[in-house]
Design a protein around this ligand. Structure first.
Ligand code: SF4
Ligand code: SF4
Ligand code: SF4
Length: 330
């Protein structure tokens, strides 16, 4: 199925790409089970594009003004074709909504997705370094450096965000290409909503969640990986954590539990209005802190309070940044 989608993505791009355009997609990396961003400017490179259960990284962050400057050649005038999973497509919508890039410059290609493998889950169960990792329809097959073979069920190896159907919604934006059977995807999603199992954040009281946040964040080493990978973080050199001398020093550098909680509280509040729940922060965290649970919770509070869901549309301005005179105060 995914192989077919990969071929269809390549076929579509071959049709819509024009000289001078950039394609942002995934390609194979040297390590087994790793895929890496591909920035392609030539038609003959389209054949290198892959799409499978290992395409974990979200490419949406490359559309931000800051990241774009690093990948685009000077005087770039073409169109950017970006390939996304539905969850990442919402980050692209949010990038439009945050006015980081005009949607007229982007062709969004959304691929049908039924889950992405959490390599950390698999690596945990292997005795030694993995030298080969392949997928079949339902399983992941690995071989470690000693030649020992392992078989994992895919349904038990998904990223945590893939267990939550809410993350797989398609954006309310009609200007995207969909690769796969969209009707079938929507039906499958509807079924997943109906059979949705309770997630930790669904069953915890606010007090329990607060305790969980404190307990988990006390393991944080303040490496900034969660901040650096976040598609919603685009303040660049204006970030309050990077310019302490020119601003009020909000968080001391010393890694204590208090400083760490404060660091994350600032991030939760800063990012909540444009966090789409893409889960990249959690995936990048070397301490395996379940950040997605916390952001998803803040996100839901935001939706209940303001009727606003980041990433749903391409043109809704963040509620917390767009007060109009005469509007009701919350
Ligand atoms: S959250 Fe949904 S759309 Fe995103 S990778 Fe997982 S299954 Fe795919
Ligand atoms: S990636 Fe993890 S360890 Fe690093 S700062 Fe973020 S929460 Fe802390
Ligand atoms: S905070 Fe985490 S879940 Fe939210 S947009 Fe950033 S990386 Fe994605």
């Amino acid at each position: 199925m995914k192989k077919q989608i990969e071929q269809n993505v390549q076929q579509l791009l071959t049709q819509i790409w024009k000289p001078g355009d950039l394609i942002i997609a995934w390609k194979n990396a040297s390590l087994p089970g790793h895929r890496t961003p591909a920035f392609l400017y030539r038609k003959e490179d389209i054949q290198d594009i892959v799409f499978d259960s290992f395409c974990d990284i979200s490419l949406a962050k490359y559309l931000n003004e800051r990241n774009r400057q690093e990948i685009l050649p000077p005087h770039f005038k073409g169109k950017i074709h970006i390939v996304c999973k539905p969850c990442d497509a919402k980050s692209v919508m949010q990038t439009f909504s945050d006015q980081q890039i005009s949607e007229t410059l982007v062709n969004l290609i959304v691929v049908a997705c039924d889950g992405i493998i959490d390599r950390k889950k698999i690596e945990k169960h292997c005795d030694q370094s993995i030298v080969d990792m392949q997928e079949t329809d339902f399983q992941i097959l690995c071989t470690d450096i000693s030649g020992k073979e392992y078989v994992f069920e895919k349904r038990e190896s998904w990223l945590r965000k893939c267990e939550d159907a809410r993350n797989c919604d398609l954006p309310y934006y009609y200007g995207y290409y969909f690769v796969g059977d969209e009707k079938e995807y929507r039906t499958r999603l509807k079924h997943r909503y109906q059979t949705h199992k309770k997630l930790p954040q669904d069953t915890m009281s606010p007090k329990e969640l607060q305790q969980k946040i404190h307990q988990e964040l006390s393991r944080c080493i303040r490496c900034n990986a969660c901040r650096n990978i976040c598609p919603a973080c685009f303040c660049s050199d204006q970030c309050v954590f990077d310019k302490p001398k020119e601003r009020a020093k909000l968080v001391e550098n010393q890694v204590t539990t208090e400083n760490t909680i404060l660091y994350h509280m600032i991030r939760f509040h800063h990012i909540a209005p444009n966090c789409t729940g893409c889960g990249e922060c959690e995936r990048a965290c070397p301490k395996d802190i379940p950040l997605h649970i916390f952001f998803e919770y803040f996100n839901r509070c935001m939706e209940e309070e303001f009727g606003y869901k980041p990433g749903k549309t391409n043109d809704e301005r963040q509620k917390l940044l767009s007060y109009n005179l005469g509007e009701d105060l919350v």
